[in-house]
Design a protein around this ligand. Structure first.
Ligand code: KIV
Ligand code: ZN
Length: 499
């Protein structure tokens, strides 16, 4: 039997550090439930010292996610470790993940520490983390650019101090597969008994290749993120790594316990929360990953899928959109379908989604899986909410809109004209809000095919120095845009309050 490599999912931590991918605590918890079902071994829930929102997220995930380890990140500073240890207090299987850079570049220019001082801090940090009774992982940040002798000295010392997992990040995505594999192979030999873990960034597009090379050299944990999101060019994409091992496991000599049929639903769950969809040609989960355009290819696939498909769409959870729900569907039907899609909601959230399903089915008759996912993405209780709006538009009149909204419990309304119906509606919303909001970005997409498809709108705004994202879906794209706008404004106000 092939050895299993542990999958350490850091979508909620490193992934969340991608521009535009920040998540609120309730969103992180919803995604954590899906990632737990996916069958990973560790979920890194956040970086508690960073903010009150991060503490809330880690606590919520630690309390609810019982079947996999829950990790919290911290530097080796005493206050960081304390924050991580406390946030994981209720976890069934806590893992404190502490890190310190070991490369001379980082020590000299960032940390202003000598090698001896960094070694001392790493040992002290691991000892403090162990005092919480949690399992401890130590990461030597920028390991791939660290002089090998010093890297081994630090890792041996922290292993003796109680860190059972030693992670050697390619922090800046600089390593080539053979170099990275050589470093991992030497560590496996030089520190017997330790689990060597890898964490690769994708700056040269080599994160998955480096992770696979490391597995072949003996690494037994890989850190990755759904859709490969993460700092800069991102991290090792979980779905790519898992399918490389599933399809080419014999050649690599390893597998994972991940349930591959939940990969596409997990990708969609993340994208509908962040509003950042993978590019169409993204391996495994991109819209075109199983689309055959060329006639020769279509002919081959029809004759036998093996001609051009190395894995089936079903094996990664890609199925044709199913017609499942209508206006007579009750909350049990909605819940059952959502669970098949990998989404588990709280009772109040389920009530709210069921009401939206009925509302939508009244208008469009059919509710497809994609519609359902889009509706789920918008169940969070809004700070600012649209009550009603009216719009007058045409190519011979001045577009005009009136908007009534509720902001933190108070109703306000206003009218405005604009250079189009959307401009008029957003100007009316601004006038009703009574304060400045800058619209940074807006994306609209049809969730399903057909003229009556739901439109999903994602807005990124800047309000009092805080950037935030809001999403909404509806058959009326102006209404969806207003809801997305107000949701983003509400999120910015909440984030400002929490800061
Ligand atoms: O890229 C990196 O080095 C990290 C560490 C904190 C694990 O994310
Ligand atoms: Zn990283």
């Amino acid at each position: 039997m092939k050895p299993l490599v542990a999958i350490f999912d850091t979508t909620l931590r490193d992934g969340e550090q991608s521009p535009g991918c920040s998540m609120r605590p309730a969103e992180k918890l919803r995604l954590a439930r899906q990632i737990e079902r996916l069958g990973v071994d560790v979920i890194e829930a956040g970086f508690p010292i960073a903010s009150a929102g991060e503490v809330e997220s880690v606590e919520a995930v630690a309390q609810e996610i019982r079947s996999v380890k829950v990790a919290a990140l911290c530097r080796t500073k005493p206050a960081d470790i304390e924050a991580a240890g406390k946030a994981l207090k209720r976890a069934a299987r806590p893992l404190i993940h502490t890190f310190l850079a070991t490369s001379d570049i980082h020590l000299k220019h960032k940390l202003k520490l000598t090698r001896a001082e960094a070694l001392r801090d790493a040992i002290a940090g691991v000892a403090q983390a162990r005092s919480f009774g949690a399992e401890v992982e130590f990461s030597a940040e920028d390991a791939s650019r660290t002089e090998y002798g010093y890297l081994r000295e630090v890792l041996r010392a922290v292993f003796e101090a109680g860190a059972s997992v030693l992670n050697v990040p390619d922090t800046v995505g600089y390593a080539l597969p053979h170099e990275y594999a050589e470093m991992v192979g030497r560590l496996v030999e030089d520190i017997p008994g330790a689990v060597i873990s890898v964490h690769c960034h994708n700056d040269l597009g080599l994160a998955v290749a480096n992770s696979i090379a490391a597995i072949q050299a003996g690494a037994r944990q890989v850190e990755c993120t759904v859709n490969g999101i993460g700092e800069r060019a991102g991290n090792t994409a979980l779905e790519e790594l898992v399918m490389a091992l599933r399809v080419r496991g014999e050649a690599v000599g390893a597998d994972t316990a991940v349930r591959s049929e939940l990969l596409a639903p997990s990708s969609a769950a993340l994208a509908s929360i962040t509003g950042v969809w993978p590019q169409p040609n993204k391996a495994i989960v991109g819209r075109n990953a199983f689309a055959h355009e060329a006639g020769i290819h279509q002919h081959g696939v029809l004759a036998n899928p093996l001609t051009y498909e190395i894995m089936t769409p079903a094996s990664v959870g890609v199925a044709d959109s199913l017609l499942v729900l209508g206006k007579h569907s009750g909350k049990h039907a909605v819940d059952a379908r959502l669970r098949q899609l990998g989404v588990c909601l709280e009772p109040a959230e389920l009530e709210s989604v069921t009401a939206r399903v009925k509302e939508l089915a009244d208008r469009t008759k059919f509710v497809y899986d994609e519609d359902l996912r889009a509706l789920v993405a918008h169940v969070a209780e809004p700070r600012a909410r649209l009550v009603r709006y009216q719009s007058l538009s045409g190519n011979q009149i001045l577009p005009t809109a009136t908007v009534e909204l509720e902001l933190e419990g108070a109703r306000r309304s206003a009218s405005a004209v604009g250079n189009g119906p959307l401009d008029a509606a957003l100007k009316a919303a601004d006038a009703a809000l009574g304060f400045e909001v800058e619209l940074l970005e807006m994306h609209t997409r049809a969730v399903t095919a057909g003229k009556d498809a739901l439109a999903e709108v994602i807005m990124r705004v800047l309000h009092h120095g805080v950037e935030s994202t809001g999403q909404a879906a509806g058959t009326d794209s102006i209404e969806a845009a207003l809801r997305a706008y107000l949701s983003a404004v509400g999120a910015a106000r909440r984030a400002r309050e929490a800061a």
